[in-house]
Design a protein around this ligand. Structure first.
Ligand SMILES: [Fe+2]
Length: 313
């Protein structure tokens, strides 16, 4: 069995208020502290089948243009998700299972591109707009009891478990892969950057904050008690941990490397893109109303985040 990172964006960042501010408030943290960001999902090649954990961004998602006030930046395209998968040597037809950690479009973007795959997703996530119209969904109802300190799990294949971990979204889940005595935790967005796990902070993005807190507590307890390789989607630490088979040690953090950001090198189009869910606000589709003129309490129609989570595109 082997896990591979499918890398599709690089050189992004997550500011400290975004990555840490979910409970204490964004004003408690420094917007000039920007942790490195990237986007990658993961692939599990069991030797018998090819299983994807999440499926990237939709192909037409624009890049963002950021400035000093931006809370988060998903980064520059390396290539489209499907091209990144092809570069690893896999064809869409080979994929038999997709394990979806949660609905957000940077995890569910290409769900429709795999003709032979079944999409496993927490049954509580089924109402999500991103999943409508799919006829290959397998609702996960967690029929296999506890997985260590997590109360509910479902076994997917030998050594691969789907674990209920609500909070970031209502149906958020973690995938654990047991391999060579290590526990690989593909966790979706329990945290955006590893520093948030070390520092025990929730990000500002959640559907259910108490559930997100309980989940983060369980993840930290699990990491303390099991040799865990922590595989993030939004941080290069995810694939660095994978490549090094680095076991997460909460008492001995890997030294932080901050993002180096080159602001203002791109022209903005007037469009804005939600850094959480990828929704694109195009004034042409809203009677020409510029994004800047929307009321302060305007919310992303897809993920209900505020205007401050949008970047210029
Ligand atoms: Fe997410």
């Amino acid at each position: 069995m082997e896990i591979k990172a499918v890398k599709f964006r690089k050189n992004g960042f997550y500011s400290q208020p975004f990555a840490f501010g979910g409970e204490e408030g964004t004003d408690k943290f420094d917007i000039n502290v920007r942790y490195r960001g990237s986007l990658q999902n993961y692939l599990i090649d069991t030797g018998k089948e090819v299983i994807l954990v999440d499926t990237g961004l939709p192909a037409d998602t624009p890049e963002e243009v950021v400035d000093e006030t931006s809370l988060a930046f998903t980064g520059e395209n390396i290539k489209g998700y499907m091209d990144a998968l092809a570069d690893l040597g896999y064809k869409p037809e080979q994929v038999t299972k997709i394990l979806l950690t949660h609905r957000h479009s940077d995890h569910s973007g290409e769900l429709r591109s795999f003709p032979n795959a079944k999409v496993y997703v927490n049954a509580e996530e089924l109402g999500a707009a991103e999943l409508q119209g799919l006829d290959n969904l397998v609702p996960v109802t967690f029929t296999d009891g506890a997985y260590y300190n997590f109360p509910e799990c479902q076994r997917i294949a030998d050594g691969i478990y789907f674990i209920k971990a609500k909070g970031h979204t209502v149906g958020n889940s973690i995938i654990v892969v047991e391999m060579d005595g290590l526990f690989y935790l593909i966790h979706g967005d329990i945290t955006y950057v590893d520093e948030a796990l070390y520092e025990n902070k929730l990000s500002v993005v959640y559907d259910d904050r108490p559930a997100a807190r309980e989940t983060l507590d369980r993840v930290r307890e699990f990491v303390r008690n099991h040799p865990t390789v922590y595989l993030s989607t939004h941080s290069p630490q995810g694939y660095e941990n994978l490549e090094a088979k680095r076991v997460m040690d909460l008492d001995n953090p890997v030294p932080t490397m901050l993002a180096e950001v080159d602001f203002g090198k791109q022209e903005a189009t007037g469009k804005y893109v939600c850094s959480i869910c990828g929704y694109v606000y195009d004034p042409a589709e809203h009677d020409g109303v510029p994004f800047e003129d929307l009321p302060d309490d305007w919310k992303c129609p897809r993920c209900k985040q505020g205007k401050d989570k949008f970047n210029k595109a």
